[in-house]
Design a protein. Structure first.
Length: 255
C-alpha cells in the first residue's frame, strides 16, 4: 500500500474513532442523566406515577403516586379538594426522567398526609394527593370558618361569608339533600359552572370546593364534585346535583 493510501486510511480511522468516542460520550451523558433523574437529582427522591385503575365510585379514577417510601392517592375523596397554592413553595421530590416535574409539600401539612403533584402536560397543573395511611377528609364533620363563591362563572362578584349557619346549611344540603337529574352538558366552554370554596383549620393548605351550577331556568344546584363522562363526544359533565336551599340561593343572588 502506498504512503498516500496509508495516510488516507489513517485519516478515516481517526474520523471513525472520533465519531465512536462522541457516541460513547453522548451515551454516558444520557444514562448519567437518567440516573440523576431517577435518583431525584439534588438529593430529592424520585416519585413514580401509577398505576391508575377505575375507582369504586363510578365515573372516577383511582390515581396513585409512590415515592419516599410512601404511596399517595387521588380519587373521589380528593376530587372536591383544591390547593391554596398554584405552585409548591417547597419541592420535596421529582417525577419523570426527562424534564422532571415537581412534587411539592402542602403548606401546613406533613408530607405523610398530603402532597402536591404536577399532573399537567405542557404547563404545570398541581393536584392534591393523599397518603394512603391518612384518612380521607371528612367535610361532614369539619368546622368551616370562611366560604367564598362567584355569582356566575368568571362574571359575578366574589362573595365572602363567615356565617356559620350558612356554611352548616351547605354541609347539610350535601349530606342530606335529595339529588335530581339534570341534563348533562359539555364541560368545554361551560359558563354556568363555578365552585363554593370552604376553608377550615383542619385542612391547612387545602380547600373543600363543592361545585355550583347556575342552570338555565335560574335555579342553582350544588354537588360534592363533578364527574366527567368521556363515553360521549364532546365529554360531558355529570354530578349528584342537589337544589340550593332558599337561604343559600338568597346569599348567592345577593347584590
Amino acid at each position: 500500500m502506498s504512503k498516500r493510501n496509508w495516510l488516507i486510511l489513517a485519516a478515516v480511522l481517526v474520523v471513525i474513532g472520533f465519531g465512536a468516542l462522541l457516541v460513547l460520550v453522548l451515551a454516558v451523558g444520557f444514562f448519567a442523566g437518567q440516573e440523576t433523574a431517577a435518583g431525584g437529582g439534588h438529593g430529592l427522591p424520585f416519585y413514580l406515577m401509577g398505576p391508575q385503575s377505575p375507582s369504586t365510585h363510578p365515573g372516577y379514577l383511582h390515581d396513585t403516586v409512590s415515592g419516599g417510601g410512601e404511596v399517595y392517592v387521588h380519587d373521589y375523596e380528593e376530587a372536591c379538594l383544591q390547593l391554596t397554592l398554584s405552585e409548591p413553595q417547597t419541592v420535596i421530590g421529582l417525577m419523570g426522567a426527562i424534564n422532571p416535574a415537581k412534587v411539592g409539600a402542602v403548606p401546613g401539612q406533613p408530607a405523610t398526609a398530603y402532597i402536591m403533584v404536577d399532573c399537567g402536560s405542557e404547563m404545570p397543573a398541581y393536584a392534591p394527593y393523599r397518603n394512603l395511611k391518612q384518612p380521607p377528609f371528612d367535610w361532614r364533620t369539619a368546622t368551616f370558618r370562611e366560604m367564598t363563591a362567584r355569582q356566575q362563572y368568571n362574571y359575578g362578584p366574589l362573595l365572602t361569608t363567615t356565617n356559620a349557619a350558612l356554611m352548616a346549611e351547605v354541609v347539610r344540603l350535601l349530606r342530606d339533600g335529595t339529588p335530581v337529574e339534570l341534563n348533562p352538558f359539555p364541560f368545554s366552554g361551560a359558563t354556568n359552572l363555578t365552585t363554593l370554596t370552604l376553608t377550615c383549620d383542619q385542612l391547612p393548605g387545602l380547600r373543600f370546593c363543592p361545585a355550583l351550577c347556575y342552570y338555565g331556568d335560574g335555579t342553582i344546584y350544588l354537588a360534592e364534585s363533578l364527574m366527567m363522562d368521556f363515553t360521549v363526544t364532546p365529554p360531558q359533565v355529570r354530578a349528584r346535583w342537589i337544589p340550593a336551599s332558599p337561604l343559600l340561593t338568597e346569599w348567592l343572588k345577593s347584590p
